[in-house]
Design a protein around this ligand. Structure first.
Ligand code: ADP
Length: 192
């Protein structure tokens, strides 16, 4: 589809970073719904912004109200959702912004795609037992899925493949949101 479209030369990423002193990378949060991705990711975003860093959270739920409002939850649409998030995250990274993505990203193939688009990619696996997630159920969607009102809900009747590899593991059954956010901040100190 892109074969007839030229690729315009663009400003070198390193040049931009040196001039603006703003280094971009991608932090990608994966995990079951209600595992705590958005809670931790938004706190990490706040902590980075408080440090004067350009950081921007692409929240999977929020993005589905705009950029991905045409997509549903079939495997094909979920893949397209992740493809778009990956492309936007990579553009933010290129522009010198720290892109923080919070999205279930249930399949290894999806996480590999996201990683392949970024230059520097940090995968955060936000882990919580499915029973914990069902108990939290902040959006009431597990209840609906268990009652059969929603089909193809991740963790209920749609798979979540545990990541084979990740950079940071957060256990939200054990650690509170602040402790989890601090763990991420500690890890990325070396990248900032
Ligand atoms: P997700 O983005 O993974 O769907 P959310 O962050 O939207 O998850 O919701 C997780 C819910 O669990 C929130 O209501 C949050 O307050 C609660 N919660 C309880 N303990 C934790 C924890 N340790 N880490 C993150 N969230 C937690």
């Amino acid at each position: 589809m892109t074969s007839n479209i030229v690729w315009h030369q663009k400003l070198d990423m390193k040049y931009r970073q040196d001039k603006t002193k703003s280094k971009g990378f991608v932090i990608w949060f994966t995990g079951l719904s209600a595992s705590g991705k958005s809670s931790v990711a938004s706190l990490v975003e706040k902590k980075l912004v408080d440090k004067g860093r350009m950081a921007y959270l692409l929240d999977g739920d929020n993005i589905r109200h705009g950029l991905c409002s045409d997509l549903g939850f079939s495997e094909e649409h979920r893949m397209e959702n992740i493809r778009r998030l990956s492309e936007v995250a990579a553009l933010l990274e290129d522009s010198g912004v720290i892109a923080i993505v919070s999205a279930i990203t249930p399949l290894e193939e999806m996480r590999n795609l996201a990683k392949s688009k970024a230059k520097k990619f940090i995968l955060v696996y936000v882990k919580a037992e499915i029973d914990t997630c069902i108990k939290r159920d902040p959006k009431g969607l597990y209840k609906k899925a268990l009652e059969g009102e929603i089909k193809g809900y991740t963790g209920i009747d749609s798979p979540f493949e545990e990541p084979e590899q990740y950079d940071i593991l957060l256990d939200t059954d054990k650690d509170d949101v602040l402790t989890c956010a601090d763990k991420v901040m500690e890890y990325i100190q070396g990248v900032l």
